[in-house]
Design a protein around this ligand. Structure first.
Ligand code: KIV
Ligand code: ZN
Length: 514
């Protein structure tokens, strides 16, 4: 029997640290449900001390999730640990993840602390966290550039203080696979109480080696990998969950461990994260890219027809690739609608939410003959973001004709008051966005505008992602409609509502409070 490789997903924490990948509380809960369907062992839901929004999101995930363990990040500070413990209180199973940097450069330049003080803070933090939960993880930030002897001392001390999982992050993505595997093996051999904890790795992708480094560590004894859907994360990102899981599963001849991930849920989770964050998945991305299982060359196609193993090492359906399936239509009733939502993992809060979503479904079914699962996901996404809307679309009229400048007339409902305005633009979408700005005067910069057809056919819904930036703060908005100008306006307003909502945040790697 092979050992368990613990999958610790940090899409909602490290993934969200990607500039522009911020998520609302509702979006985090939706992603947490998708992670639960994937059967990840641990969901790192956020950094509760960072802001009230982060705190509430961790709490909401802790309330919503019942199968996976929910984890909150905390610097090696009492106030961080207390905040994490409070946010995690509703969780069925919780973990506090506390960390402090151990590399010479971080201790000297960032923390301005001596190694002995860092060691003492680490031990104190773990002991303190253990007062709130049995499950405490300790991370040595920038372990990949730390002195191995000092790292060993820190690990021995925190395991002694009660850390059940010890994590070795390659915070800046500096390591190479052979060296990183060796580091794990050395630590696991040298630390006298190494067998009292699970050894974990957390690799960043600055040199494109996050997955390779994580796998090298697993081969040398690590039994937890911290990773994110689509490899989302700070700078070049973290190790991609789907690649780690499929590498271990596909090459089970080389690994003496396996995960409990339901791989058929991978593509759905990837799509959801991509939609929510506006981070498109490149077509040639392993496992979840649109071309990951497409064979273009005739010789390959011929081989696959004769025996698919000639060119395929995995089956597309095993990771959740399926053709669009018509699920519902104009004549489908409320029960069929509710049942299908439940089958794809969407449970609406109450009857009112169901009625409202059903009304929108009927509207859509009038415009679009066949409704697919992807349409249902988009329909519910819209509802999930309405809670934070202080600006709504009242009506929209666009005039676009050869030889004239497009004009948009928009009625916005701002805090309950209708405001009407018209503007010209380079195209109908540009005109509509200009009209909105005329009313709202946010001064936001449009950083991303992307349109994607949710399903195939000319009556498909267009799904639009808009990314806005103002004074360094970046937010994403989504909107879906069979009319892409309306979808664009919905996406713009969705982003704008997030941008104008009050917000204040601390970054986990900041030393401000230490
Ligand atoms: O990259 C890193 O070191 C981290 C730690 C907080 C685990 O994200
Ligand atoms: Zn990280």
């Amino acid at each position: 029997m092979s050992e368990r490789l613990v999958i610790f997903d940090t899409t909602l924490r490290d993934g969200e640290q990607s500039p522009g990948a911020s998520m609302t509380c509702d979006e985090k809960v939706r992603i947490a449900h998708a992670l639960e369907r994937l059967k990840v062992d641990v969901i790192e839901a956020g950094f509760p001390i960072a802001s009230p929004d982060d705190f509430n999101a961790v709490k909401a995930v802790a309330e919503a999730v019942s199968d996976s363990r929910v984890c909150g990040l905390a610097r090696a500070l009492q106030k961080d640990i207390e905040r994490a413990a409070l946010a995690l209180k509703p969780a069925r199973a919780s973990r506090i993840h506390t960390f402090i940097a151990t590399s010479p450069i971080h201790m000297r330049e960032k923390l301005r602390m001596s190694p002995e003080d860092v060691l003492e803070s680490a031990v104190k933090a773990v002991r303190y966290a253990r007062q709130f939960t049995d499950d405490v993880e300790f991370s040595a930030e920038d372990a990949g550039r730390s002195d191995v002897e000092f790292l060993g001392r820190v690990m021995e001390a925190v395991i002694g203080a009660g850390a059940r999982t010890v994590n070795i992050p390659d915070t800046v993505g500096y390591n190479l696979p052979l060296q990183f595997g060796e580091l794990i093996a050395t630590l696991m051999t040298r630390v006298p109480n190494a067998d009292k904890a699970i050894w974990s790795v957390h690799c960043h992708n600055d040199l494109g080696l996050a997955v390779a480094n994580s796998l090298a560590a697993v081969m040398r004894g690590a039994r937890q990998v911290e990773c994110t859907i689509n490899g989302l994360g700070e700078r070049a990102g973290n190790a991609a969950l789907e690649e780690i899981v499929m590498a271990v599963r596909t090459r089970r001849d080389l690994f003496d461990c396996d995960t409990r991930i339901d791989t058929t849920q991978i593509v759905a989770a990837s799509r959801l994260v991509s939609t929510v964050t506006g981070f498109a998945v490149q077509p040639n991305k392993a496992i979840v890219g649109a071309n990951a299982f497409a064979h273009e060359a005739g010789i390959h196609q011929d081989g696959v027809i004769k025996n698919r193993e000639t060119y395929e090492i995995m089956r597309a359906e095993d990771v959740g690739w399926t053709a669009n399936r018509m699920v519902l239509g104009k004549h489908s009733g409320r029960n069929a609608f509710r049942t299908r939502l439940a089958e794809i993992g969407i449970v609406l809060k109450d009857d009112e939410a169901l009625n409202e979503a059903f009304a929108r479904f009927k509207d859509l079914a009038d415009k679009k003959h066949e409704i697919f699962d992807e349409d249902l996901q988009a329909l519910v996404s819209e509802r999930a973001t309405e809670a934070v809307e202080s600006v709504r679309l009242g009506s929209l009229k666009v005039c676009s004709e050869t030889g004239t400048k497009p004009v948009a007339e928009v009625t916005l409902v701002v805090d309950g008051q209708p405001r009407q305005v018209a503007a010209e633009g380079g195209g109908p979408v540009d005109a509509a966005f200009r009209a909105i700005e005329k009313v709202m005067a946010t001064g936001a910069n449009l950083q991303l505008y992307a349109v994607n057809a949710i399903t195939s056919g000319t009556d498909a819904q267009g799904e639009v992602t808009v990314r806005l930036e103002r004074e360094g703060r970046i937010v994403n908005g989504n909107g879906a409609d069979t009319d892409i100008v309306i979808a664009s306006v919905k996406a713009y307003l969705n982003a704008l509502n997030k941008l104008i909502a009050p917000h204040e945040r601390t970054h986990p790697q900041s030393s401000r409070a230490i």
